[in-house]
Design a protein around this ligand. Sequence first.
Ligand code: HAH
Length: 368
Amino acid sequence: MNRLPRNAFHSINVLFLVLNTFLTNAQENKANQGKGLKDYYNDFFSIGVAVSPRALRTDEAKLVLSQFNSVTPENAMKMGPIHPQEANYNWAPADSIVAFAQANKLKVRGHTLCWHNQTPAWLFIDSATGNQVTKEVLLQRLKDHITTVVSKYKGTVYAWDVVNEAISDIKDEYLRNSLWYQVCGEEYIARAFEWAHEADPNALLFYNDYNEIDSVKRKKIIRLVKSLKEKGVPIHGVGLQGHWAINEPSKEQLDKTLADFSQLELPLQITELDISVYPKEHNARERRAADYDTVFTKAKEEKQLEVYKICFELFRKYRRHISSVTFWNISDRHSWLDNFPVRGRKDYPLLFDKDLKPKRAFWKIVQF
Ligand code: HAH
């Protein structure tokens, strides 16, 4: 070490910098030559993205085509948007996404047939009396909805999130105390899968939920999926949403999560991946003074790319079990996290920045 003069170190550093820039440029050139995330992961799993009809009419469409081979309508197939009145379906937004996918040979994941959020106003109300519906009526409405939507997209939607987020976040409570549960009890879950299967026997049917990295919630999800399987209910896979953040999951936590779910011997899909640059919070709250600091700093970028790296290392490790990884939104131009848990707090959770350029996290996960 002592034999080299100081300026020799300086020269070596400069050399490294030049080399590094050269390599980064080379990678970017490669990206420009059409190698997208879907190509890097071709031998592993499909790579999807949540989209809106509007985004597909902007320059984000080109990015979708270069990087992804599967799409999920972010909102267009949810019950509220697609079935606003009992006698009226609003197909146009979902149809435009499906048409885009078909024209470009992308797979479509359907999201979601039965959820407690984004439901239409009429769903739980008896229009004649204004009272809450009976179990019989609600199950009939669920059946009609599922049969109509799944039949309509038969052959184009290859997989459905049939039931979304039916597990409770409360430690000692098993199923979420939603209106579905209050009116129907546990039964609505199994019925939803059966009706979806009747409408399209070839569609892969998923149970989908979040905070699956929490050991208590995870046990409950696994309990539900096992009980459905044991009853012979047509469930074909588990969707792990993957709404994570710079502070979680740890490598150990995600490894254990994927190991536990792998035991089910059902295909797993990461259905809604994003890595928030703010510490994870699971409930909506008011905006506070500290929330106005929304700069995407180097430090945040650094932490985020470490989490992305861990995630994809483990996704590759569990490739035998994982058939798809879908990002929840296209680029940092727009994310649902801009308004959750804090309304109007800008987040930067994705792999592409506002100019649609790959972020450093992108280059991390394609190097393996
Ligand atoms: C997901 N919920 C939903 O599945 C998806 O449809 C929506 O667009 C965004 C996120 C995650 C979630 C939540 O809705 C409420 C609390 C925590 C997590």
